[in-house]
Design a binder for this molecule. Sequence first.
Ligand code: PLP
Length: 375
Amino acid sequence: MEFAYFDAAATTPVCPEAAQAALEVMTGTFGNPSARYALGSAAAQRLQADRSCIASVLGCGLEELVFTSCGTEGDNWAVRAAAALGARRGRHIITTAIEHAAVLEPLRALEQEGWCVTRLKPDRTGHISVEAVQAALRPETVLVSMMLVNNELGTIQPVAKAVQAVKAYDRQILFHTDAVQGFLKIPFTPAELGVDLLTLSGHKIGAPKGIGVQYIRSGLSLPPFILGGGQEGGSRSGTEPTAQIAALAAACRAWKADYPARLAACKETALHALTQIHGLEVITSGDVPHICTVSLPGYPSEMLVRALGDRGVYVSAGSACHRGKPSHVFAALGLPKRNLMGALRISFSPQTTQNEIARLCTALREIMQERVPMK
Ligand code: PLP
């Protein structure tokens, strides 16, 4: 089926290189990496090569990476494990009001267990200030979790500067960043950011769903996520998902250096075309190259997403994980209700075409001609 896809921040198709790598490992080097015979050793070698590839993209040591099943798992583990490590020193955590549910929900669970959580509000442009982080620090703070790139607004948060401020206050406070939407789209390494923990997910960059990466700074020993056979340095037991890992490494290798520029050019073209539509407002053009948010005041987002979908044009009303509930991120911006109502996240992949952009604009115009805006 032919369609126009503008939801790459939700997920991406698996790139051919990743699919090929997964197939090779599923049918060729399929052995259990722990098995002590040639097929097992071949699988272990392949796993090591794939791990090295991802470590070199992140500029970190092999022992600093743990493969997980997804970004949600990594975020949950980071927050829960950092809290468990710090519990004897204090029970205060700082985060932002615009984190993904994968961070906010485990924090809500910790609150129910007696923890105190400060959620910093963004300014009208969707940015959290370092000063706000500084002001929220307390002697009993043990963790700061601040995302690198917001998934709905595409805003980049000042993680490196916030880490400096937090560590200057107390070196023992752990800093976690959810870098799921930043990976390969903007340049960073965990060391440059100075974070202790960093979470990634494969399916946003052309790898399949079911693979994530957790960076754990060397020297930091987290309570294990899964106990068992001792794989992943004992941190996350379970036979390694070698095919997904191979696919992730292949997707990283296939990601070309000019993709961010290509994404940015695509977004610029789309925003130029979209702003010709009468009444359309740009909520944020995003700091990252692949995400922007627009609004059609008077037209409910859910209706727009459905009506666009009926025309084979796929966009999101906000984070794909909200399932119809109003987005906490847009709400935190303090936007007028009318703008909130018609907000759409448009996100791009390196494969987005000019034709797809034209189809999006035509479909929006058709919908506006068919329907009367709400007052
Ligand atoms: N964090 C952010 C910022 C995301 O955008 C997402 C997915 O949309 C996640 C975490 C969750 O990742 P996953 O879908 O791999 O669980």
